[in-house]
Unconditional design. Structure first.
Length: 147
């Protein structure tokens, strides 16, 4: 049987198009001997004729976007969906800010014990908890400028 005719029959059996059928080029003589549909079924079973794999959606562009986002790109106003509170929960933001400030306060206590003592460590700790300081820089400035 000719390869084209075999492909047609195999396509019908495997329920795919003719272009999705692969025939082993080394097994052409066994293909020539096939006459009936049952012979084609046997060739499919033995692996001489196979169904080609479905082509999948490429992830190349998705990976490229991921790399860009890792760098901090693509975060402008046009790319945003949702409010600032939806993008970063206020509690999460507060937690990360407070943890950073408390760590800095510990460092300042070691570096400049007399300056921290002048204000009072526990007072500064409570001020951090109350959200008095916007950032680490503001906390450091407050401690350094204390009289």
């Amino acid at each position: 049987m000719k390869a084209e005719k075999a492909k047609e029959i195999a396509a019908k059996l495997l329920k795919v198009g003719k272009n999705k059928i692969w025939i082993d080029p080394n097994e052409t003589d066994s293909l020539k001997e096939a006459i009936t549909t049952d012979d084609i079924r046997e060739l499919i079973k033995s692996g001489v004729i196979k169904k080609r794999k479905e082509s999948e959606q490429s992830r190349a562009r998705a990976r490229m976007l991921e790399r860009q986002k890792k760098k901090g790109r693509r975060k402008g106003h046009g790319s945003r969906k949702g409010t600032a509170k939806a993008r970063i929960k206020p509690k999460r933001e507060w937690i990360s800010k407070v943890r950073a400030q408390r760590a800095l306060l510990k460092e300042l206590k070691k570096k400049y014990p007399e300056k921290v003592k002048a204000i009072g460590y526990s007072k500064l700790y409570r001020m951090i908890k109350g959200g008095f300081f916007k950032s680490k820089a503001q906390l450091e400035r407050y401690v350094m400028e204390a009289k």
